[in-house]
Design a protein around this ligand. Structure first.
Ligand code: NAD
Ligand code: UDP
Length: 364
């Protein structure tokens, strides 16, 4: 099977490459300027990396010629870091909509199967969060169902929603090409994939003033012996799924294209729900276990506000509880890894990579 993978050098792309190239039977042409997380595949004859962004001058002609010969196009290229949504809104909109637009057009032209990574953030905040009283007792007001749940964004001045809105428009573009031109598609809405190689640790393998996603933020605090910072009380709830479970779902999509095509799938784990304060607590306990240093059990946790942490214009998603029945019935997929296992694996990786003084990166 011939695969195009745009954004193959990131967290999800690197794990998908691990799975497909290790299994064999796939020829993969990837685009990503970053190869740090995929170093071990660079000499694999079945993998061809173009170390460029898709929007680099002249690149589109090469992409077109590859798409014309491909069986499936995975689109993972994005700016997808919450700290950047309201500080780099234009880049966020371009990366998640306008830079993807020509790729969608090419897939439509050649009627190629486009598997595009969207986000659970397209749902925005839940209905429960807008209604008076406690509405979390009624799943109809908070459960996220791919083909039913309304997508509710906040006001334009809360630029936090630039990402979600750009992703939503890309979903609509893809869907319209399916309806009008018969382009086969699959849209994946990931719900907090966790695992080794996620994001970066500021000052060690990223810009020292960057703010990665929560796992790497808390990990940085543990590694640097600084307080973990809870934004707005750490009340937001997330469901966390192992990257390995998530890659299983993608593998099943490739195995059963008839079931996967022309569908939108939530990919998450309903059993692994925590609020962010609970996540901080679990992470410091896990780190005490990994290091054998029991003082981590009491690692400092401090409160901060979203305005202080992210700047003006941030608004949080209150809760993300996915309906997974489509992935279960169509693909036969059920996530299996409990949160404790996910954290132990992921944090052990970070500990091995970064606990000793600053070092050059690795490929797992
Ligand atoms: P990531 O930031 O680790 O990887 C994205 C990769 O895309 C990076 O390596 C980057 O260099 C590359 N890239 C960016 N623009 C590019 C371009 N124009 N051409 C080629 N490469 C480009 O992100 P990730 O966690 O692997 O996420 C992948 C996709 O899944 C994204 O679309 C993201 O929005 C979506 N997603 C992920 C999660 C999650 O839990 N990880 C959650 C929601 C959505
Ligand atoms: N968060 C936090 N402390 C941090 C980083 C993030 O409390 O150091 C919170 C953030 O406000 C949000 C949640 O953790 O409520 C998840 O944030 P993340 O950046 O991982 O992305 P999201 O799940 O919102 O896409």
């Amino acid at each position: 099977m011939r695969i195009i993978m745009l954004g193959c050098g990131g967290f999800i792309g690197s794990h998908l490459l691990d799975r497909l190239l290790d299994e064999g039977g796939f020829e993969i042409h990837g685009w990503d300027p970053s190869d740090r997380k995929i170093a071990r595949h660079l000499t694999n004859p079945n993998f061809h990396l173009h170390r460029n962004t898709t929007n680099s001058p002249g690149e589109l002609a090469e992409i077109e010629s590859e798409i014309a010969q491909a069986d499936v196009v995975f689109n993972l290229a994005a700016i997808c870091n919450p700290a950047e949504y309201n500080t780099r809104p234009l880049d966020t909109i371009y990366a998640n909509l306008f830079d993807i637009y020509p790729i969608v057009e090419l897939c439509a032209k050649y009627k190629k199967w486009l598997v595009s990574f969207s986000t659970s953030e397209v749902y925005g905040r839940t209905l429960s969060s807008y209604l008076p009283g406690d509405n979390y007792s009624n799943p109809d007001f908070y459960e996220l169902r791919e083909d039913e749940t309304p997508l509710i964004m906040g006001p334009i001045s809360n630029q936090r929603w630039t990402y979600a809105c750009a992703k939503q428009m890309t979903e609509r573009l893809i869907y319209a090409h399916n309806q009008e031109n018969g382009m086969p598609f699959t849209i994946i809405r990931p719900l907090n994939f966790f695992g080794p190689k996620m994001d970066y640790i500021p000052g060690r393998d990223g810009s020292s003033d960057g703010v990665p996603r929560v796992l790497a933020c808390f990990m940085t605090a543990l590694l640097d012996n600084k307080p973990m910072q809870l934004v707005d009380g750490g009340l937001a709830q997330r469901t966390i799924v192992s990257i390995h479970d998530a890659v299983d779902a993608m593998r099943l999509m490739l195995k059963f294209p008839d079931k996967a095509q022309n569908q939108i799938f939530n990919i998450g784990n309903r059993n692994n729900e925590v609020n962010i304060a609970e996540l901080a607590e679990l992470m410091r306990l896990t780190y005490a276990k990994i290091t054998g240093d029991l003082s981590y059990k009491n690692h400092p946790i401090v409160n901060t506000t979203s305005k202080q942490f992210y700047g003006e214009g941030y608004e949080d998603c209150d809760r993300r509880m996915p309906d997974l029945s489509k992935a279960e019935t169509l693909l036969g997929w059920t996530p299996t890894k409990p949160l404790a296992e996910v954290l132990l694996e992921t944090m052990s990786y970070y500990h091995q990579q970064y606990a000793s003084p600053v070092q050059e990166k690795v490929s797992a």
